[in-house]
Design a protein around this ligand. Sequence first.
Ligand code: SF4
Length: 284
Amino acid sequence: MHIDSAVKGVVFNVQRCSLHDGPGVRTTVFLKGCPLRCKWCQNPEGLSRIPSVTYDARKCISCGSCGGAHTADGAGRCPTEALSVAGREYTPDELVNELLEDQAFFTGEGGVTFSGGECLLQSDFVLECAKRLSICGIRVAIDTCGAVDFSNIEKLIPYAQLFLYDIKCIDPDLHKRFTGVSNHRILENFQRLYESGAPIWVRVPLIGTFNANEEEANRIRDYLNRFPNIRRTEALRYHELGIHKYELLGEPYTLGEEARLSDKQYACLKGIIESSADLQCDGR
Ligand code: SF4
C-alpha cells in the first residue's frame, strides 16, 4: 500500500461519540467544501472549501482587539471567541493520530465516518486517512452526496466498509431548484457504486415543500427498489439545529416553517420510503 504524507485536508469539525453517522459508536470528521447548496443545509460553515470566519455578537465585548475586522487574523486576536474560524488544515498523520485517541470506543461496527460538506471533494486526503485507519483495523464509512467525479468515489471502495449515500429526490428539475445542481451524476454514480458491490446505506432527507410528499416519496421508493442489495434505507426528518450558524456567518437561511414535518407526515413518508410496497398517507 503506497502511503502519501504530502496531501493535506481542511476539516471543520471532529465529532466524537456520534450515533447517527453509520453503525455503532463513531467519530465523524467533517471536511470543508460542497458542490451542492441544499436550502436546508445545517452545516453551512462546511460549504466553502476554505476556512470560514464566524462572528457571534452575543460573545463580543467590544474590546477592539480585532480592529473591527471579521477575518481569520482578527479571530486570532479575539479573547472571547466571538470571532472564530471554521476549518483548519490537517495532514493525514495529524488527523489519524487524533482519531486513534477514540479507538477504544470503536467496538463492533463502530469506527470513523468522513462527512462534510462533501468529503470526497478532498478524496486524496480521505484516501490517505482511510489507508492509515485500515492498517489500524478501524472501520471507515464515507458519507457522500455523490455529486463528484466517480473516480473520487471509486478510490475509496477498497478502504471503506460502508457508504452513506444521500438520495434527495428523483426529479432532476426539483433537485436543481433545491440544491443548485441536477441529480444526473448523483444517480449515475449511485448505480456505479451499487454495481461495484460496495455496502451502501441510503439516506433520504425529508423536507417540506421539497420532497416531503407522497408522489416524490413513491418515486424515491420505486427507484430504490431497483437496487435490492442496499443494506439499509433511512428517511431523515428535517431539523433546524444548525440554523443559528447562518447568522454567525452573516448569511440568510431561506427555508421557512413550511419545511417542517408533522409527526404523522414524517411517519407516513418514512413508511413509504423505507418499505418496498405501495403505501398511502392520510393527511398531515
Ligand atoms: S476581538 Fe472579539 S470580543 Fe473584541 S471586539 Fe473583536 S469580536 Fe468583539
